[in-house]
Ligand binder design. Structure first.
Ligand code: ATP
Ligand code: MG
Length: 573
């Protein structure tokens, strides 16, 4: 340690919100260069290399072959698939000295497709699976969580190329198993959830989420059936449609000063309508605007949800992707005077030609209390299918614990997780866009079908920290720890230094990498650093040496035992 390029910090970095960010910086594993952009120091590099090694071994084991693409890429392939614009502000775009457009790769489907197109011709060349471990660039909107969400980060991405749907399914399943093995070896607990494939297009898709409070993904599961899905992928079961003609007539009421659902419900309950209303009887109309990236013009969209639920922006974003979506600002209201803030209703939206999508619960025959498009007025018993007809449904309302599982299995429970990996069956979208075909056995061309699979490599380092660290510092699972053991020389007695060196040499000879704290620091400083740095096993050479023993501490459990000097190497190996 006296020669290790390392400085530990006593204070958490001011900008750090999550445990992994605080600890990886304090323990001298990473340093921030700019928001979402980090440098890796020697200890961090060792963990990163070990994570990569596990991933490479498991990818190689399913027959995937490693390649490498540049991060700096020309515009054209991304133009061909539409992603040059679809990626929106997340894409880092730049120009070279000749003013030609380039980008920093956020993901590499296009390049892999073109490589396979260039190197293959007949059905005999398939199936094939390729992967790389490469730096990705995404100008993330919220790079808040340290290396959990970087703007520059490392990803293992792989792509399978098959000629048949069954082949794609096999490649997908092989990845699924490989990912389970990878995360088990990395010491990461993961939950596999159904996912949306979003901007990537394609069909079947699952995410591997590491359950943890710092996670930015919310998922739900049904304990009874094992159903699990990212909330973005949860579909709302629609109640049965009802007759419209037995419903009371829609009546507009004065409801002064009721801009919120709560004030509205209170007021309507004072009208003496012979029923008690709750927030779930109201229809809340949230105004947003959408646009296709690069299209310039924003279009208004009304989103109707039952008033006891909020609109979940992440679900809404996923539902309208690849279009971008934003809430209306004051200027938008000013430009559209027919929008009476707080009193917007489906009738006014229809009159003004505004597209209106509703939560699947708002089926024909359901009656609602909603805005009457005039300041201080609401309508009661506005019936869907009779008084208004939405343009369609949208999955934008929040999903809550206790909601019925889409598979009919009972109530859902909710939890948070970090997206560690994503696997999906892309299908033929990229092959079609870029003309990847193979000559079949019958001489006819076959369009190749693809799968795309990603693991966050740098993110894994942070996620492991989130799941294992404690209040004293980092705790590394053996497979990824920078060093298997950390030896502390507790006192000044030269015999201790000598014994510690002997142990270190013995462990090294047994194939274990060890960190030896030979610094002239106080035992307190050394122990605090050892706990902060998080090697799985701590060997303390101190007073016990007089009786021929050293202390061996397990970092994760805190369990200590005395081990005779001559048994240490055997005990740790
Ligand atoms: P997220 O929803 O967290 O933004 P994503 O859906 O955009 O992730 P993919 O495009 O599927 O992610 O990328 C594959 C993997 O790369 C993810 O499962 C995740 O582990 C990792 N990853 C994605 N974005 C980042 C990032 N900004 N920083 C670190 N790792 C990331
Ligand atoms: Mg993302």
């Amino acid at each position: 340690m006296s020669g290790l390029f390392l400085r530990t910090l006593r204070e958490d970095p001011a900008d750090a919100e999550v445990v992994s960010h605080k600890l990886l910086v304090r323990a001298g594993y990473v340093r921030r260069v700019a928001p979402g952009i980090y440098s890796w120091l020697p200890l961090g590099m060792k963990v990163l290399r070990r994570v990569e090694a596990v991933i490479r071994e498991e990818m190689d084991a399913i027959g995937a072959q490693e390649v490498h693409f540049p991060a700096l890429l020309p515009r054209e392939p991304y133009e061909a698939t539409g992603r040059w614009t679809e990626y929106g502000d997340t894409l880092f775009r730049l120009k070279d000295r000749k003013k030609a457009d380039y980008l920093l790769g956020p993901t590499h489907e296009e390049l892999f497709t073109l490589m396979v197109k260039g190197e293959t011709s007949s059905y005999r060349d398939f199936p094939v699976t390729l992967y790389q471990v490469q730096t990705k660039y995404r100008d993330e909107e919220r790079p808040r969580a340290g290396i959990l969400r970087g703007r520059e980060f490392t990803m293992k991405d792989s792509y399978s190329f098959d000629l048949s749907d069954e082949g794609l399914k096999d490649s997908y399943d092989a990845h699924r198993v490989a990912y389970q093995r990878i995360f088990a070896r990395l010491g990461l607990e993961v939950q596999i959830v159904s996912a949306m494939s979003g901007a990537m297009g394609g069909s079947a898709s699952e995410e591997f989420l590491a359950p943890c409070d710092a996670g930015e993904d919310t998922y739900v599961r049904c304990p009874a059936t094992g159903f699990a899905a990212n909330v973005e992928a949860v579909t709302t079961p629609a109640p049965p449609e009802q007759p419209v003609d037995d419903k009371p007539e829609a009546v507009v009421h004065d409801t002064p000063d009721t801009p919120t659902i709560e004030t509205l419900v209170d007021h309507v309950n004072t009208l003496g309508l012979g029923r008690t209303f709750t927030a779930a009887d109201t229809l809340k109309n949230v105004m947003v605007k959408t646009r296709l990236p690069g299209a310039g013009e924003w279009t208004l969209l009304g989103v109707g949800v039952p008033g006891d639920r909020e609109v979940d922006m992440k679900r809404l974003e996923a539902a309208v992707a690849p279009a971008e979506v934003a809430l209306l600002e004051d200027a938008d209201f000013a430009a559209n005077p027919f929008l009476t803030k707080g009193y917007i209703g489906p009738v006014g939206l229809a009159k003004n030609g505004v597209r209106y999508l509703v939560d699947p619960r708002i089926v024909t025959g359901t009656a609602w209390v909603t805005g009457a498009d005039e300041e201080g007025r609401h309508v009661v018993d506005l019936v869907a299918g009779r008084d208004f007809t939405p343009d369609g449904t949208i999955e934008a309302a929040e999903v809550r614990e206790g909601d019925p599982s889409p598979d009919g299995g009972g109530p859902l429970v909710a939890a948070r997780g970090i997206e560690m990996g994503h696997i999906f069956q892309l299908g033929r979208k990229y092959a079609e866009a870029l003309g990847l075909t193979a000559l079949g056995a019958d001489g006819k061309p076959v369009t190749v079908t693809m799968g795309s699979y990603g693991v966050g490599v740098t993110r894994a380092v942070a996620a492991i920290t989130e799941q294992h660290a404690d209040e004293k510092g980092l705790v590394w699972p053996v497979e990824v720890a920078p060093y298997a053991a950390h030896i502390v020389i507790a006192g000044k007695d030269p015999a201790q230094a000598e014994a510690a060196t002997t142990i270190a040499d013995g462990l090294a000879a047994a194939g274990l990498e060890v960190l030896l704290d030979d610094r002239k620091a106080s035992p307190g400083v050394k122990f605090a650093d050892a706990e902060l740095l998080g090697m799985p096993t701590l060997v303390t050479v101190g007073r016990g040496l007089a009786h021929g023993v050293v202390e061996v501490t397990d970092r994760a459990s805190g369990e200590r035992r005395e081990v005779p000097l001559e048994d240490v190497v055997a005990a740790l190996s």
